[in-house]
Design a protein around this ligand. Structure first.
Ligand code: NAP
Length: 314
C-alpha cells in the first residue's frame, strides 16, 4: 500500500493543486494528500509531512509526526511557531536555488557597481555626464552569511573579479574569500565593504543586527543588498543612513511586513530599490525532486535528513 504524505500549506487552492501534482510526480510510490482531505486515521499515523508556511494548529493535529520537510529555505516562522518538542524541521537546500540567488546577487551587485541608480536619475533630468568606473577588483563585496546561498554567491562574484569577504557564526574558510566570524569580527567586514549583501537566517541573534551602530560602521557611500529577511535590518536606522548620505543605496527584496505596506517610505525613496521577494524563489521542479529524494530515503532507511537546530534557530 502506498504511503500517505500530508501536504500542509497556507496557499491558494490553485497553488496547492500544482504543488501536489509536482510532488506526486516526483514521489510516484506515495499519495500526497492536502491536510483538509486527510482522514482522522491518516492524520494520526502520519510520520512525515511536506509543508509550506503551515498552520501550526494543523501540524498539532498529527501527533505522531517525526519530521516535516519545508518547501522554503527560510524557516524562521515555523521555528518560532512550532513547539521545541514538536516534529523535527528539515528546510529546503536546493543547489538550483543557490544558483538562482547567486545570479540575483551578481545582478544587483552589478546594478550598484555600474552606478545604474545614478544614471537613471541623470536620465530623468536629461543630464549627460560620465562618472569614473572602478574595476571590480577595486570593489569589496561583503556577504553576511557564508551558508548554502552565501558561498555560491561568493563564487559567482569572484568569477567576476570582485574582492569578496564573508561573515559567519562559526569559523569558515573559502578559497579567495577573506572570512570573518563571530560578533567581534562583523565590524571588520562592514568597514571594508563597498556593498554588503545580507544572506543569513533570521534568528534571535540576527534580528535587528544591522542597527544604527552597525550601519554607521559601513564605509561612507557604501550600499546594502538585503536578500535574507527584513527584520535583520532596522528600517528606521537604514532610512536615516540613506537620508544623511552615509549610505548611497539599498536594494531590498525582503521586509518586516510582506507585501510591503503602501504607506512605506521605501516605495518612493530615491536611494531604495524595492523588490517583491523575488531574489531566490523556490523552483517547483527541482524542489520537488529534492523533497522526494529525502522522503524516499527516509521511507527506505528511516534516516531523517539534517535538521534545523532549534536552539541556534537555523
Ligand atoms: P544557511 O545555509 O543556514 O547559512 C546561513 C549562514 O548564516 C551560515 O554561514 C551561518 O553561519 C550564518 N549565520 C547564522 N547566524 C549567524 C550569526 N548570528 N552570526 C553570524 N553568522 C550567522 O542558510 P542559507 O540557505 O544560505 O539561507 C540564508 C537565508 O536566506 C535563509 O535563512 C532565508 O531567510 C534567506 N532566503 C531568502 C530568499 C529570498 O528569496 N529572498 C530565498 C531563499 C533564502 P555558520 O556557517 O557558522 O553556520
Amino acid at each position: 500500500m502506498s504511503s500517505v504524505i500530508p501536504f500542509v500549506a497556507k496557499t491558494s487552492d490553485a497553488d496547492r493543486r500544482v504543488w501536489i501534482e509536482a510532488l506526486s510526480q516526483a514521489l510516484p510510490d506515495c499519495r500526497i494528500v492536502g491536510f483538509e482531505e486527510l482522514t482522522e486515521p491518516e492524520r494520526q499515523s502520519a510520520k512525515v509531512a511536506i509543508v509550506a508556511d503551515p498552520d501550526p494548529a494543523e501540524i498539532a493535529c498529527m501527533p505522531n509526526l517525526q519530521w516535516i520537510h519545508s518547501l522554503w529555505a527560510g524557516v524562521e516562522r515555523i521555528v518560532s511557531e512550532l513547539p521545541v518538542d514538536g516534529p523535527k524541521i528539515v528546510r529546503l537546500e536546493d543547489p538550483q536555488m543557490a544558483r538562482t540567488m547567486a545570479e540575483a546577487v551578481l545582478a544587483w551587485t552589478l546594478y550598484l557597481h555600474r552606478d545604474m541608480p545614478r544614471y537613471r536619475r541623470q536620465q530623468e533630468e536629461r543630464i549627460w555626464k560620465e562618472h569614473e568606473l572602478p574595476l571590480p577588483s577595486e570593489r569589496t563585496i561583503g556577504i553576511l552569511g557564508l551558508g548554502a546561498l552565501g558561498r555560491i554567491a561568493a563564487v559567482k562574484l569572484l568569477e567576476q573579479d570582485f574582492r569578496v569577504c564573508g561573515w559567519s557564526r562559526s569559523e569558515r574558510t573559502m578559497v579567495g574569500v577573506e572570512a570573518f566570524h563571530g560578533a567581534g569580527e562583523l565590524g571588520l567586514l562592514l568597514e571594508k565593504s563597498d556593498i554588503v549583501v545580507v544572506l543569513m537566517p533570521l534568528t534571535a541573534e540576527t534580528r535587528g543586527l544591522l542597527n544604527t551602530d552597525r550601519l554607521s560602521k559601513m564605509r561612507k557611500g557604501a550600499s546594502l543588498i538585503n536578500f535574507a529577511r527584513g527584520p535583520i535590518v532596522d528600517d528606521d536606522a537604514l532610512l536615516a543612513q540613506l537620508d544623511s548620505g552615509h549610505l548611497s543605496h539599498a536594494v531590498l527584496d525582503v521586509f518586516d511586513e510582506e507585501p510591503l505596506a503602501q504607506s512605506s517610505p521605501f516605495w518612493s525613496h530615491p536611494a531604495v530599490t524595492v523588490l517583491p521577494h523575488i531574489s531566490g524563489p523556490t523552483n517547483r521542479t527541482t524542489a520537488s525532486a529534492i523533497v522526494a529524494a529525502n522522503i524516499g530515503n527516509y521511507l527506505k532507511t528511516g534516516q531523517i535528513p539534517a535538521c534545523v537546530d532549534r536552539v541556534r534557530g537555523y
